[in-house]
Write a protein that binds this ligand. Sequence first.
Ligand SMILES: [Zn+2]
Ligand SMILES: [Zn+2]
Length: 240
Amino acid sequence: MELAPPTILKTLLSGLFPSRCIFCQQTTGRELDVCPACYDALPHNQTCCVRCALPLAEDINHAVLCGRCIKKRPAFDYAYSPFRYENEIITLVHQLKFSEKIRFSRSIGEMLWQHFSTTGERPDCLLPVALHKSRMRQRGFNQSIEIARVLAKKLAIPIEHTAIERQRSTVAQTGLSAKQRQKNICGAFAVVGELHYKHVLIIDDVMTTGATVNELAKLLKKHNVERVGVLSIARAPVKK
Ligand SMILES: [Zn+2]
Ligand SMILES: [Zn+2]
């Protein structure tokens, strides 16, 4: 197992060796570990639903809701997702989840911050989507908490990771239909501590159908949170 060097050593090293792009390994010449060329080439989620960030057809150039949000408004008030879950982003999220490299969470956190800082939203806490204890034990860390750390520093707000627990160990959502996902996640979370926030920003890695964050948003609203937002790295397009 690789051990992370102590912070002082890391700071010294970063002074000696400038940041290298996590994609092409070239020196980036900036704080972000992604060079401008690789950043531009990423699948940016530019045309998407104004409410849930679902990727939409490229030729729409005005604010629009997706069919699902028109049919039933989600429990959260807004969702931002800078990338589509495609190509390099799939690899990046995979590396974040399974390689435990702090470097990936820092880079992703920075990119999320760049995107979120332009929205004008001012949440008073960050809520990383909780993993069930058994999953947490198995993996050893929660990728959503790792990226939330970067954002918490930038926004100067706390990370709430004790008030809500994942009570049921749900089967992995991968491969389930939208309906099955909703059923699978229903009642999976419970409030086990004080929630004294007005505006909570949920942090997730990939938002697929949105069933998980919607379930969390419902629970938060039931506990008097007035505004709930979602920030995820990537949003998956609807399966054809
Ligand atoms: Zn690069
Ligand atoms: Zn939508």
